[in-house]
Design a protein around this ligand. Sequence first.
Ligand code: ADP
Ligand code: MG
Length: 207
Amino acid sequence: MNGAKIFDSIKNIEIIIHDHKEEIEKLDQEIGDGDHIFNILRGLEEILKLKDILIEESPEFIFKQLGMKIMTTVGGSSGALFATLLLGMSKKYDPAHSDLNNISQMFNEGVQSMKIRGKADIGEKTMLDVLIPVSKSLIDNSNETNISKVAEKISFVAKQGMLSTKDIIATKGRASFLGDRAKGHIDPGARSSQLAIEAIANQFIIS
Ligand code: ADP
Ligand code: MG
């Protein structure tokens, strides 16, 4: 893991989110206030601007700076939550470990921090329905040597998690005000998170 790889992944996330702009906007218009796509794209644009000054720095420092940038520039619940994820991730980087081991530990810490920050857990119709299963899958597979296989697994798990948000009610976030009316709609944060996971997984899937 290094600065160049981290920024390549962020660029790939930006491309996939941009390609699904209208879909994500519509999802948040249905069960939220419509700004989710704007918040996500704003965050990605702000952190991509830091590429030249951060690319040579250590992953620990990079994730911390990215988290702080999002914290200070992106609004909505997702701004604070993604910032918390990145700041959590920065705490667990250890150069003695393999990339997969590192990313599993870092991501797990980030997701735990996000759960605490948002006082939420799995099954509440949020992005955690994608991020928690992905984090578990990464931990379970952190010693696997076939990276393509792990990437396929997390891509699958993320998709299942995203789809699981469709038929449940929300107990956190704006969609919780809708009660039963939130049923039948995929959570926008779950969709954007799943796309981000897919973008990263695709970098490693050898087909
Ligand atoms: P806002 O809801 O403040 O307008 P966004 O539209 O940017 O913020 O983000 C909405 C998304 O945030 C939701 O689709 C959901 O996935 C996620 N979300 C909301 N509250 C929480 C929470 N407490 N924990 C985790 N994710 C949450
Ligand atoms: Mg919103």
